[in-house]
Ligand binder design. Structure first.
Ligand code: B12
Ligand code: SF4
Length: 497
Protein backbone atom coordinates (compact mmCIF):
# COMPACT_ATOMS: atom_id res chain seq x y z
CA UNK A 1 0.00 0.00 0.00
CA UNK A 2 1.01 3.62 -0.42
CA UNK A 3 0.76 5.55 2.86
CA UNK A 4 1.01 9.30 3.29
CA UNK A 5 1.56 10.68 6.80
CA UNK A 6 1.06 14.40 7.23
CA UNK A 7 2.15 16.92 9.88
CA UNK A 8 -0.24 19.89 9.51
CA UNK A 9 0.98 23.47 9.47
CA UNK A 10 -0.15 26.06 12.02
CA UNK A 11 -3.45 27.70 11.28
CA UNK A 12 -2.44 31.01 9.78
CA UNK A 13 0.72 32.69 8.63
CA UNK A 14 1.84 35.39 11.07
CA UNK A 15 -0.61 34.37 13.75
CA UNK A 16 0.47 34.32 17.36
CA UNK A 17 2.21 31.19 18.36
CA UNK A 18 5.65 29.93 19.03
CA UNK A 19 5.67 27.14 16.54
CA UNK A 20 8.10 27.84 13.70
CA UNK A 21 9.70 30.57 15.83
CA UNK A 22 11.17 29.10 18.98
CA UNK A 23 10.81 25.36 18.46
CA UNK A 24 10.28 23.31 15.36
CA UNK A 25 10.42 19.66 16.28
CA UNK A 26 10.46 16.86 13.76
CA UNK A 27 7.18 14.92 13.53
CA UNK A 28 8.27 11.96 15.64
CA UNK A 29 4.70 10.62 15.85
CA UNK A 30 4.76 10.09 12.09
CA UNK A 31 8.26 8.66 11.81
CA UNK A 32 7.41 6.28 14.69
CA UNK A 33 4.31 5.04 12.85
CA UNK A 34 6.20 4.80 9.56
CA UNK A 35 8.88 2.63 11.15
CA UNK A 36 6.23 -0.01 11.94
CA UNK A 37 5.16 -0.57 8.34
CA UNK A 38 7.88 0.66 6.02
CA UNK A 39 9.35 -2.78 5.27
CA UNK A 40 6.11 -3.86 3.61
CA UNK A 41 4.68 -0.58 2.35
CA UNK A 42 5.69 2.61 0.63
CA UNK A 43 5.51 5.45 3.16
CA UNK A 44 5.98 9.19 2.73
CA UNK A 45 6.02 11.86 5.44
CA UNK A 46 4.94 15.36 4.50
CA UNK A 47 5.71 18.17 6.95
CA UNK A 48 3.39 20.99 5.89
CA UNK A 49 5.18 23.42 8.25
CA UNK A 50 8.10 23.27 5.84
CA UNK A 51 6.20 23.05 2.57
CA UNK A 52 4.42 25.49 0.31
CA UNK A 53 0.62 25.54 0.40
CA UNK A 54 0.28 23.56 -2.84
CA UNK A 55 2.41 20.63 -1.65
CA UNK A 56 -0.46 18.63 -0.19
CA UNK A 57 -2.73 18.58 -3.25
CA UNK A 58 0.33 18.01 -5.46
CA UNK A 59 1.63 15.06 -3.43
CA UNK A 60 -1.87 13.57 -3.13
CA UNK A 61 -2.24 13.77 -6.87
CA UNK A 62 1.22 12.39 -7.70
CA UNK A 63 1.58 9.74 -4.98
CA UNK A 64 -2.08 8.60 -4.97
CA UNK A 65 -1.89 7.14 -1.43
CA UNK A 66 -4.28 4.41 -0.30
CA UNK A 67 -4.20 5.83 3.21
CA UNK A 68 -3.67 9.35 4.51
CA UNK A 69 -2.89 9.76 8.21
CA UNK A 70 -2.55 13.05 10.05
CA UNK A 71 -1.36 13.93 13.54
CA UNK A 72 -3.00 16.58 15.69
CA UNK A 73 -2.55 18.38 18.95
CA UNK A 74 -5.33 20.74 19.98
CA UNK A 75 -4.01 23.80 18.17
CA UNK A 76 -3.58 21.75 14.98
CA UNK A 77 -7.13 20.37 15.01
CA UNK A 78 -8.57 22.65 12.35
CA UNK A 79 -5.67 22.18 9.93
CA UNK A 80 -5.40 18.44 10.58
CA UNK A 81 -9.05 17.98 9.67
CA UNK A 82 -8.51 20.12 6.58
CA UNK A 83 -5.77 17.72 5.43
CA UNK A 84 -8.18 14.78 5.51
CA UNK A 85 -10.95 16.83 3.91
CA UNK A 86 -8.54 17.70 1.11
CA UNK A 87 -7.49 14.03 0.71
CA UNK A 88 -11.10 12.91 0.28
CA UNK A 89 -11.83 15.79 -2.12
CA UNK A 90 -8.88 14.94 -4.37
CA UNK A 91 -8.77 11.14 -4.12
CA UNK A 92 -12.43 10.37 -3.54
CA UNK A 93 -13.95 8.03 -1.00
CA UNK A 94 -11.49 5.23 -1.86
CA UNK A 95 -8.68 6.72 0.20
CA UNK A 96 -8.68 5.70 3.87
CA UNK A 97 -8.34 8.70 6.19
CA UNK A 98 -7.04 8.44 9.71
CA UNK A 99 -6.30 10.92 12.49
CA UNK A 100 -4.35 10.44 15.73
CA UNK A 101 -2.50 12.32 18.44
CA UNK A 102 -3.35 14.10 21.67
CA UNK A 103 -6.36 16.06 20.50
CA UNK A 104 -8.24 13.25 18.71
CA UNK A 105 -7.55 11.01 21.70
CA UNK A 106 -8.79 13.50 24.28
CA UNK A 107 -11.61 15.01 22.20
CA UNK A 108 -12.61 12.17 19.84
CA UNK A 109 -16.19 13.48 19.61
CA UNK A 110 -14.94 16.52 17.65
CA UNK A 111 -13.79 14.24 14.83
CA UNK A 112 -17.09 12.69 13.89
CA UNK A 113 -16.90 13.82 10.25
CA UNK A 114 -17.84 12.02 7.05
CA UNK A 115 -14.34 12.59 5.65
CA UNK A 116 -12.60 10.92 8.63
CA UNK A 117 -12.70 7.12 8.41
CA UNK A 118 -10.99 6.36 11.71
CA UNK A 119 -9.53 7.95 14.82
CA UNK A 120 -6.58 6.39 16.60
CA UNK A 121 -7.05 6.65 20.35
CA UNK A 122 -3.82 6.77 22.37
CA UNK A 123 -0.50 5.24 21.44
CA UNK A 124 -0.41 4.58 17.73
CA UNK A 125 2.28 2.12 16.65
CA UNK A 126 0.49 -1.19 17.10
CA UNK A 127 -2.93 0.16 16.13
CA UNK A 128 -1.50 1.58 12.92
CA UNK A 129 0.36 -1.62 12.07
CA UNK A 130 -2.74 -3.77 12.57
CA UNK A 131 -4.93 -1.36 10.61
CA UNK A 132 -2.53 -1.23 7.66
CA UNK A 133 -2.17 -5.03 7.66
CA UNK A 134 -5.96 -5.39 7.74
CA UNK A 135 -6.50 -3.00 4.83
CA UNK A 136 -3.58 -4.42 2.82
CA UNK A 137 -5.07 -7.89 3.15
CA UNK A 138 -8.29 -6.57 1.59
CA UNK A 139 -10.13 -6.33 4.91
CA UNK A 140 -13.36 -4.32 5.04
CA UNK A 141 -12.88 -0.74 6.23
CA UNK A 142 -16.13 -1.03 8.15
CA UNK A 143 -15.01 -4.19 9.94
CA UNK A 144 -12.25 -2.87 12.16
CA UNK A 145 -13.81 -4.17 15.37
CA UNK A 146 -10.84 -6.48 16.03
CA UNK A 147 -8.29 -3.67 16.11
CA UNK A 148 -8.01 -2.10 19.55
CA UNK A 149 -7.52 1.64 19.96
CA UNK A 150 -9.78 2.87 17.16
CA UNK A 151 -13.02 4.69 16.54
CA UNK A 152 -14.31 4.09 13.01
CA UNK A 153 -17.38 4.72 10.89
CA UNK A 154 -19.88 2.04 9.96
CA UNK A 155 -22.56 3.80 7.96
CA UNK A 156 -23.71 6.67 10.14
CA UNK A 157 -22.48 5.02 13.28
CA UNK A 158 -19.19 5.65 15.07
CA UNK A 159 -17.85 2.42 16.57
CA UNK A 160 -15.27 2.37 19.37
CA UNK A 161 -13.09 -0.74 19.50
CA UNK A 162 -11.39 -2.17 22.60
CA UNK A 163 -8.89 -0.19 24.61
CA UNK A 164 -5.28 -0.31 23.40
CA UNK A 165 -3.03 -1.14 26.34
CA UNK A 166 0.23 0.71 26.89
CA UNK A 167 2.40 -2.07 28.17
CA UNK A 168 4.91 -2.57 25.36
CA UNK A 169 8.48 -1.76 26.34
CA UNK A 170 9.81 1.25 24.40
CA UNK A 171 13.00 -0.59 23.41
CA UNK A 172 10.94 -3.11 21.43
CA UNK A 173 9.59 -0.46 19.03
CA UNK A 174 11.75 0.19 15.98
CA UNK A 175 13.60 3.52 15.99
CA UNK A 176 11.63 6.27 14.21
CA UNK A 177 12.21 6.30 10.43
CA UNK A 178 14.13 9.60 10.37
CA UNK A 179 15.39 9.06 6.85
CA UNK A 180 11.85 9.79 5.63
CA UNK A 181 12.56 13.39 6.69
CA UNK A 182 15.70 13.71 4.57
CA UNK A 183 14.03 16.41 2.47
CA UNK A 184 13.87 18.57 5.62
CA UNK A 185 17.42 17.88 6.87
CA UNK A 186 18.75 20.77 8.96
CA UNK A 187 15.35 22.48 9.17
CA UNK A 188 14.37 21.57 12.73
CA UNK A 189 15.50 23.82 15.57
CA UNK A 190 15.14 25.11 19.09
CA UNK A 191 15.95 28.81 19.23
CA UNK A 192 19.32 29.28 17.58
CA UNK A 193 20.13 25.55 17.90
CA UNK A 194 19.55 24.93 14.21
CA UNK A 195 19.76 21.38 12.89
CA UNK A 196 18.37 19.27 15.69
CA UNK A 197 17.22 15.69 16.16
CA UNK A 198 14.22 14.99 18.41
CA UNK A 199 14.33 11.83 20.52
CA UNK A 200 11.61 10.60 22.86
CA UNK A 201 13.23 8.68 25.73
CA UNK A 202 10.17 8.10 27.89
CA UNK A 203 6.39 8.20 27.68
CA UNK A 204 4.14 9.39 30.49
CA UNK A 205 4.60 11.27 33.72
CA UNK A 206 4.22 10.20 37.35
CA UNK A 207 2.89 13.62 38.44
CA UNK A 208 -0.70 14.74 38.01
CA UNK A 209 -0.82 18.50 37.56
CA UNK A 210 -4.44 19.45 36.96
CA UNK A 211 -3.75 21.58 33.86
CA UNK A 212 -1.90 18.80 32.02
CA UNK A 213 -3.28 15.71 30.30
CA UNK A 214 -0.02 13.84 29.81
CA UNK A 215 -0.64 11.56 32.74
CA UNK A 216 -4.22 10.92 31.52
CA UNK A 217 -3.09 10.24 27.93
CA UNK A 218 -0.53 7.70 29.18
CA UNK A 219 -2.89 6.43 31.88
CA UNK A 220 -0.50 7.32 34.69
CA UNK A 221 2.08 4.83 33.42
CA UNK A 222 5.66 5.79 32.65
CA UNK A 223 7.91 3.78 30.35
CA UNK A 224 11.55 4.43 29.55
CA UNK A 225 13.91 3.79 26.69
CA UNK A 226 17.15 2.18 27.88
CA UNK A 227 20.29 4.31 28.17
CA UNK A 228 21.92 2.22 25.44
CA UNK A 229 19.07 2.85 22.97
CA UNK A 230 19.06 6.58 23.78
CA UNK A 231 22.76 6.93 23.09
CA UNK A 232 22.48 4.74 19.97
CA UNK A 233 19.95 7.26 18.62
CA UNK A 234 22.11 10.22 19.63
CA UNK A 235 25.07 8.70 17.82
CA UNK A 236 23.06 7.74 14.74
CA UNK A 237 21.97 11.35 14.19
CA UNK A 238 24.35 13.61 12.28
CA UNK A 239 22.99 16.73 14.07
CA UNK A 240 24.97 18.51 16.81
CA UNK A 241 21.81 19.32 18.77
CA UNK A 242 19.46 16.82 20.38
CA UNK A 243 16.06 17.57 21.92
CA UNK A 244 14.77 14.93 24.29
CA UNK A 245 11.02 15.26 23.84
CA UNK A 246 9.89 13.69 27.11
CA UNK A 247 7.45 15.84 29.04
CA UNK A 248 9.35 15.07 32.19
CA UNK A 249 12.84 13.88 31.35
CA UNK A 250 14.24 14.30 34.86
CA UNK A 251 12.48 11.39 36.48
CA UNK A 252 14.71 9.02 38.42
CA UNK A 253 18.16 9.82 39.61
CA UNK A 254 19.19 6.24 38.84
CA UNK A 255 18.09 6.52 35.20
CA UNK A 256 19.89 9.83 34.86
CA UNK A 257 23.12 8.40 36.23
CA UNK A 258 22.89 5.43 33.91
CA UNK A 259 22.42 7.73 30.93
CA UNK A 260 25.31 9.96 31.97
CA UNK A 261 27.55 6.89 32.39
CA UNK A 262 26.63 5.76 28.88
CA UNK A 263 27.18 9.21 27.30
CA UNK A 264 30.53 9.58 29.07
CA UNK A 265 31.68 6.01 28.32
CA UNK A 266 30.91 6.39 24.62
CA UNK A 267 32.34 9.89 24.46
CA UNK A 268 29.27 11.44 22.80
CA UNK A 269 29.83 15.15 22.26
CA UNK A 270 26.42 16.66 21.52
CA UNK A 271 24.43 19.50 22.99
CA UNK A 272 21.22 18.16 24.41
CA UNK A 273 18.09 19.91 25.59
CA UNK A 274 15.34 18.60 27.83
CA UNK A 275 12.02 19.35 29.51
CA UNK A 276 12.19 18.72 33.23
CA UNK A 277 10.87 19.75 36.62
CA UNK A 278 12.52 22.38 38.78
CA UNK A 279 12.19 20.29 41.95
CA UNK A 280 14.42 17.58 40.47
CA UNK A 281 17.05 20.16 39.53
CA UNK A 282 16.88 21.81 42.95
CA UNK A 283 17.10 18.49 44.77
CA UNK A 284 20.05 17.16 42.72
CA UNK A 285 22.62 19.98 42.55
CA UNK A 286 25.56 17.59 42.08
CA UNK A 287 23.94 16.04 38.99
CA UNK A 288 23.49 19.46 37.36
CA UNK A 289 27.26 19.97 37.05
CA UNK A 290 27.71 16.48 35.60
CA UNK A 291 24.82 17.07 33.18
CA UNK A 292 26.42 20.27 31.92
CA UNK A 293 29.75 18.52 31.38
CA UNK A 294 28.01 15.75 29.43
CA UNK A 295 26.36 18.26 27.06
CA UNK A 296 23.14 19.41 28.73
CA UNK A 297 22.63 22.85 27.23
CA UNK A 298 19.04 23.86 27.99
CA UNK A 299 16.29 22.88 30.43
CA UNK A 300 12.70 23.84 29.65
CA UNK A 301 10.60 23.83 32.81
CA UNK A 302 7.12 24.82 33.85
CA UNK A 303 7.89 27.33 36.63
CA UNK A 304 4.24 28.35 36.20
CA UNK A 305 4.01 31.11 38.84
CA UNK A 306 5.74 33.09 41.57
CA UNK A 307 2.92 32.34 43.98
CA UNK A 308 3.05 29.25 46.23
CA UNK A 309 -0.73 29.17 46.71
CA UNK A 310 -1.21 29.01 42.96
CA UNK A 311 1.45 26.31 42.60
CA UNK A 312 -0.49 24.32 45.18
CA UNK A 313 -3.81 24.93 43.47
CA UNK A 314 -2.31 23.55 40.22
CA UNK A 315 -1.26 20.44 42.16
CA UNK A 316 2.21 20.98 40.78
CA UNK A 317 4.01 19.46 43.74
CA UNK A 318 6.95 21.89 43.49
CA UNK A 319 7.74 24.96 45.56
CA UNK A 320 8.64 28.55 44.79
CA UNK A 321 11.99 27.99 46.54
CA UNK A 322 12.69 25.03 44.26
CA UNK A 323 11.97 27.24 41.24
CA UNK A 324 14.45 29.82 42.50
CA UNK A 325 17.08 27.22 43.36
CA UNK A 326 16.72 25.49 39.97
CA UNK A 327 17.25 28.65 37.96
CA UNK A 328 20.25 29.60 40.09
CA UNK A 329 21.86 26.16 39.80
CA UNK A 330 21.35 26.01 36.05
CA UNK A 331 22.67 29.53 35.48
CA UNK A 332 25.71 28.73 37.63
CA UNK A 333 26.41 25.61 35.57
CA UNK A 334 26.04 27.48 32.26
CA UNK A 335 22.88 25.61 31.33
CA UNK A 336 20.37 27.79 29.49
CA UNK A 337 16.83 27.88 30.84
CA UNK A 338 13.45 28.19 29.19
CA UNK A 339 10.76 28.88 31.75
CA UNK A 340 7.04 28.69 31.19
CA UNK A 341 4.99 31.02 33.38
CA UNK A 342 1.23 31.38 33.49
CA UNK A 343 -0.85 34.51 33.49
CA UNK A 344 -4.23 33.73 35.01
CA UNK A 345 -7.61 35.08 33.89
CA UNK A 346 -8.18 36.66 37.31
CA UNK A 347 -5.00 38.75 36.99
CA UNK A 348 -5.13 42.48 37.66
CA UNK A 349 -2.35 44.94 36.90
CA UNK A 350 -0.27 44.32 40.08
CA UNK A 351 -0.36 40.56 39.45
CA UNK A 352 1.20 41.03 36.02
CA UNK A 353 3.86 43.30 37.53
CA UNK A 354 4.69 40.83 40.28
CA UNK A 355 5.02 37.96 37.82
CA UNK A 356 7.32 39.88 35.48
CA UNK A 357 9.46 41.03 38.42
CA UNK A 358 9.73 37.45 39.70
CA UNK A 359 10.89 36.24 36.28
CA UNK A 360 13.57 38.93 36.18
CA UNK A 361 14.69 37.92 39.64
CA UNK A 362 15.10 34.30 38.49
CA UNK A 363 17.21 35.22 35.43
CA UNK A 364 15.54 32.76 33.07
CA UNK A 365 17.25 32.79 29.66
CA UNK A 366 14.09 32.39 27.59
CA UNK A 367 10.97 33.23 29.61
CA UNK A 368 7.69 32.25 27.98
CA UNK A 369 4.58 33.72 29.49
CA UNK A 370 1.40 31.89 28.53
CA UNK A 371 -2.21 32.18 29.62
CA UNK A 372 -3.52 29.51 31.95
CA UNK A 373 -5.53 27.28 29.67
CA UNK A 374 -7.93 24.44 30.35
CA UNK A 375 -6.82 22.05 27.59
CA UNK A 376 -9.20 19.26 26.55
CA UNK A 377 -8.69 16.09 28.55
CA UNK A 378 -7.44 17.90 31.65
CA UNK A 379 -9.04 18.25 35.05
CA UNK A 380 -9.05 22.01 34.61
CA UNK A 381 -11.01 21.61 31.34
CA UNK A 382 -13.66 19.56 33.09
CA UNK A 383 -13.73 22.05 35.96
CA UNK A 384 -14.09 25.00 33.53
CA UNK A 385 -17.39 23.57 32.25
CA UNK A 386 -19.79 26.33 31.26
CA UNK A 387 -17.30 29.10 31.91
CA UNK A 388 -15.56 28.28 28.60
CA UNK A 389 -16.22 31.10 26.15
CA UNK A 390 -15.30 28.93 23.17
CA UNK A 391 -14.43 25.38 22.30
CA UNK A 392 -12.76 26.41 19.06
CA UNK A 393 -9.45 24.56 19.08
CA UNK A 394 -7.63 27.37 17.27
CA UNK A 395 -7.73 29.49 20.43
CA UNK A 396 -6.49 26.72 22.73
CA UNK A 397 -2.87 27.69 22.16
CA UNK A 398 -2.10 28.99 25.66
CA UNK A 399 -2.01 32.50 24.20
CA UNK A 400 -5.70 33.37 24.45
CA UNK A 401 -8.01 33.53 27.43
CA UNK A 402 -10.81 31.06 26.75
CA UNK A 403 -12.59 31.85 30.02
CA UNK A 404 -13.76 35.29 31.22
CA UNK A 405 -11.01 37.60 32.47
CA UNK A 406 -11.39 39.80 35.53
CA UNK A 407 -10.05 42.83 33.66
CA UNK A 408 -11.79 44.00 30.49
CA UNK A 409 -10.27 41.87 27.69
CA UNK A 410 -8.50 44.75 25.94
CA UNK A 411 -6.84 45.73 29.21
CA UNK A 412 -5.97 42.14 30.07
CA UNK A 413 -4.23 41.66 26.72
CA UNK A 414 -2.51 45.05 27.05
CA UNK A 415 -0.78 43.88 30.21
CA UNK A 416 -0.18 40.40 28.82
CA UNK A 417 1.35 41.65 25.54
CA UNK A 418 4.03 43.46 27.57
CA UNK A 419 5.60 40.27 28.88
CA UNK A 420 8.35 40.04 26.31
CA UNK A 421 9.58 43.59 26.91
CA UNK A 422 9.01 43.37 30.65
CA UNK A 423 11.22 40.30 31.02
CA UNK A 424 14.21 41.38 28.88
CA UNK A 425 16.24 41.84 32.08
CA UNK A 426 15.77 38.15 32.80
CA UNK A 427 17.47 37.11 29.55
CA UNK A 428 20.25 39.66 29.99
CA UNK A 429 20.83 38.44 33.55
CA UNK A 430 21.22 34.86 32.41
CA UNK A 431 23.46 35.44 29.40
CA UNK A 432 26.61 37.50 29.06
CA UNK A 433 30.32 36.96 29.44
CA UNK A 434 29.87 34.51 32.30
CA UNK A 435 27.96 32.17 30.03
CA UNK A 436 30.54 32.47 27.24
CA UNK A 437 33.28 31.53 29.65
CA UNK A 438 31.37 28.54 30.96
CA UNK A 439 30.17 27.16 27.61
CA UNK A 440 32.42 28.40 24.80
CA UNK A 441 31.74 25.42 22.52
CA UNK A 442 27.97 25.75 22.93
CA UNK A 443 28.18 29.48 22.18
CA UNK A 444 30.21 28.73 19.06
CA UNK A 445 27.82 26.04 17.84
CA UNK A 446 24.65 28.14 18.25
CA UNK A 447 26.26 31.17 16.63
CA UNK A 448 25.44 30.20 12.99
CA UNK A 449 21.73 29.80 13.91
CA UNK A 450 21.58 33.17 15.68
CA UNK A 451 20.81 35.26 12.60
CA UNK A 452 17.90 33.09 11.52
CA UNK A 453 16.56 32.94 15.08
CA UNK A 454 16.70 36.72 15.44
CA UNK A 455 14.87 37.13 12.12
CA UNK A 456 12.17 34.64 13.15
CA UNK A 457 11.73 36.35 16.53
CA UNK A 458 11.48 39.77 14.94
CA UNK A 459 8.74 38.48 12.67
CA UNK A 460 6.48 37.46 15.56
CA UNK A 461 7.60 40.05 18.06
CA UNK A 462 5.55 42.78 16.43
CA UNK A 463 2.44 40.59 16.47
CA UNK A 464 3.09 39.22 19.94
CA UNK A 465 3.60 42.65 21.50
CA UNK A 466 0.50 44.16 19.95
CA UNK A 467 -2.58 43.57 22.17
CA UNK A 468 -4.75 44.03 19.11
CA UNK A 469 -3.45 40.75 17.64
CA UNK A 470 -5.02 38.76 20.47
CA UNK A 471 -8.30 40.60 20.15
CA UNK A 472 -8.22 40.22 16.38
CA UNK A 473 -7.95 36.44 16.75
CA UNK A 474 -10.94 36.44 19.10
CA UNK A 475 -13.06 38.67 16.90
CA UNK A 476 -12.24 36.80 13.73
CA UNK A 477 -12.59 33.34 15.13
CA UNK A 478 -15.32 33.50 17.71
CA UNK A 479 -16.97 36.84 16.98
CA UNK A 480 -17.37 39.94 19.14
CA UNK A 481 -19.83 38.29 21.41
CA UNK A 482 -17.69 35.73 23.17
CA UNK A 483 -20.73 33.88 24.36
CA UNK A 484 -21.70 33.02 20.75
CA UNK A 485 -19.57 30.02 19.88
CA UNK A 486 -19.39 28.65 16.38
CA UNK A 487 -16.96 25.97 15.25
CA UNK A 488 -16.42 25.84 11.49
CA UNK A 489 -17.59 22.58 9.90
CA UNK A 490 -15.91 22.86 6.50
CA UNK A 491 -12.26 23.59 7.20
CA UNK A 492 -10.30 25.32 4.46
CA UNK A 493 -6.65 24.51 3.97
CA UNK A 494 -4.11 27.20 4.80
CA UNK A 495 -0.39 26.83 5.33
CA UNK A 496 2.35 28.59 7.11
CA UNK A 497 4.98 28.83 4.39
C1 B12 B 1 7.43 18.59 20.24
C2 B12 B 1 6.16 19.17 20.80
C3 B12 B 1 5.68 20.34 20.23
C4 B12 B 1 6.28 20.96 18.97
C5 B12 B 1 5.64 20.48 17.68
C6 B12 B 1 4.94 19.14 17.76
C7 B12 B 1 5.10 18.31 16.51
N1 B12 B 1 4.08 17.65 16.10
O1 B12 B 1 6.14 18.27 15.93
C8 B12 B 1 5.97 22.46 19.22
C9 B12 B 1 7.10 23.05 19.97
C10 B12 B 1 5.77 23.31 18.01
C11 B12 B 1 4.79 22.37 20.15
C12 B12 B 1 3.97 23.46 20.38
C13 B12 B 1 2.93 23.42 21.29
N2 B12 B 1 2.57 22.38 22.05
CO1 B12 B 1 3.48 20.69 22.04
N3 B12 B 1 4.41 19.10 22.36
C14 B12 B 1 5.46 18.54 21.85
C15 B12 B 1 5.81 17.26 22.61
C16 B12 B 1 6.81 17.62 23.71
C17 B12 B 1 6.36 16.12 21.82
C18 B12 B 1 5.53 15.69 20.60
C19 B12 B 1 6.05 14.42 20.05
O2 B12 B 1 6.76 14.40 19.05
N4 B12 B 1 5.79 13.28 20.75
C20 B12 B 1 6.29 11.97 20.39
C21 B12 B 1 5.23 11.15 19.67
C22 B12 B 1 5.74 9.75 19.37
O3 B12 B 1 4.11 11.04 20.54
P1 B12 B 1 2.65 11.50 20.07
O4 B12 B 1 2.74 12.76 19.32
O5 B12 B 1 1.75 11.40 21.20
O6 B12 B 1 2.29 10.36 19.00
C23 B12 B 1 1.79 9.07 19.37
C24 B12 B 1 0.26 9.01 19.54
O7 B12 B 1 -0.31 10.22 19.93
C25 B12 B 1 -0.24 8.52 18.22
N5 B12 B 1 -0.40 9.44 17.10
C26 B12 B 1 -0.04 10.72 16.97
N6 B12 B 1 -0.34 11.16 15.73
C27 B12 B 1 -0.90 10.15 15.06
C28 B12 B 1 -1.38 10.08 13.76
C29 B12 B 1 -1.91 8.87 13.30
C30 B12 B 1 -2.39 8.78 11.90
C31 B12 B 1 -1.99 7.74 14.18
C32 B12 B 1 -2.52 6.47 13.70
C33 B12 B 1 -1.52 7.84 15.49
C34 B12 B 1 -0.96 9.04 15.91
O8 B12 B 1 0.78 7.60 17.85
C35 B12 B 1 2.07 8.17 18.19
C36 B12 B 1 3.02 7.03 18.53
O9 B12 B 1 2.54 6.30 19.64
C37 B12 B 1 4.41 16.91 23.20
C38 B12 B 1 4.42 16.02 24.42
C39 B12 B 1 4.24 14.55 24.08
N7 B12 B 1 4.35 13.70 25.04
O10 B12 B 1 3.96 14.13 22.97
C40 B12 B 1 3.80 18.29 23.42
C41 B12 B 1 2.30 18.48 23.29
C42 B12 B 1 1.83 17.73 22.07
N8 B12 B 1 2.19 19.92 23.08
C43 B12 B 1 1.20 20.44 23.70
C44 B12 B 1 0.89 21.82 23.70
C45 B12 B 1 -0.21 22.25 24.64
C46 B12 B 1 1.55 22.70 22.87
C47 B12 B 1 1.25 24.19 22.75
C48 B12 B 1 -0.21 24.55 22.60
C49 B12 B 1 1.71 24.97 23.97
C50 B12 B 1 3.12 24.83 24.28
N9 B12 B 1 3.54 23.73 24.88
O11 B12 B 1 3.83 25.74 23.99
C51 B12 B 1 2.06 24.62 21.50
C52 B12 B 1 1.10 24.85 20.29
C53 B12 B 1 1.62 25.64 19.19
C54 B12 B 1 1.83 27.07 19.49
N10 B12 B 1 0.91 27.82 20.05
O12 B12 B 1 2.88 27.56 19.19
C55 B12 B 1 0.37 19.42 24.42
C56 B12 B 1 -0.84 19.07 23.57
C57 B12 B 1 -2.08 18.81 24.37
C58 B12 B 1 -3.24 18.72 23.45
N11 B12 B 1 -4.40 18.73 24.06
O13 B12 B 1 -3.15 18.66 22.26
C59 B12 B 1 1.42 18.26 24.57
C60 B12 B 1 0.83 16.87 24.65
C61 B12 B 1 2.25 18.57 25.86
C62 B12 B 1 1.49 18.54 27.17
N12 B12 B 1 2.22 18.61 28.25
O14 B12 B 1 0.31 18.46 27.28
N13 B12 B 1 4.71 21.15 20.72
S1 SF4 C 1 2.94 19.45 33.76
FE1 SF4 C 1 4.83 18.27 33.62
S2 SF4 C 1 5.06 17.38 35.68
FE2 SF4 C 1 2.93 18.05 35.53
S3 SF4 C 1 1.80 16.19 34.82
FE3 SF4 C 1 2.35 17.41 32.99
S4 SF4 C 1 4.26 16.53 32.27
FE4 SF4 C 1 3.99 15.85 34.40
Amino acid sequence: MRLLLVQPSPFENGRLGLENVLWLSEPVALTSLAAMVRDEHEVRVLDMRLEQADALPRVLDEFRPDLVGVTSMTTDAYQAKAVLHCAKSILGSGVFTLIGGHHPTLAAEEHDEAYIDAICIGEGEETFLELVEHLAAGGEREALDGIDGLQFRRGDERIATGKRGQARALDTFPAPARDLLDAYAGAYFFGPAQGMVSIQTSRGCAFDCNFCAIWEFYEKKVRFLSARAIVDRMEAAPEKFVFFLDDNFLTHRGRMEELLDEIERRGVKKHWMIQGRTDFVADNPDLVKRFAKAGLSMVLSGYETNDQDVLDSLEKGATREQNLAASRLLNDAGVLTTGIFMVRPEFEEPDFERLYAAINEMKITIPLVVIHMPLPGTQSYRAAGDTLLTRDARLFDLLHAVVPTKLPRAEFYRHYARWNQATMASTRGSLGLGFLRKRPRLALDVWPGMKLFTRRREMVRRIMEDPESYLRDEYEIIGHDLEQVETPREPALQTQS
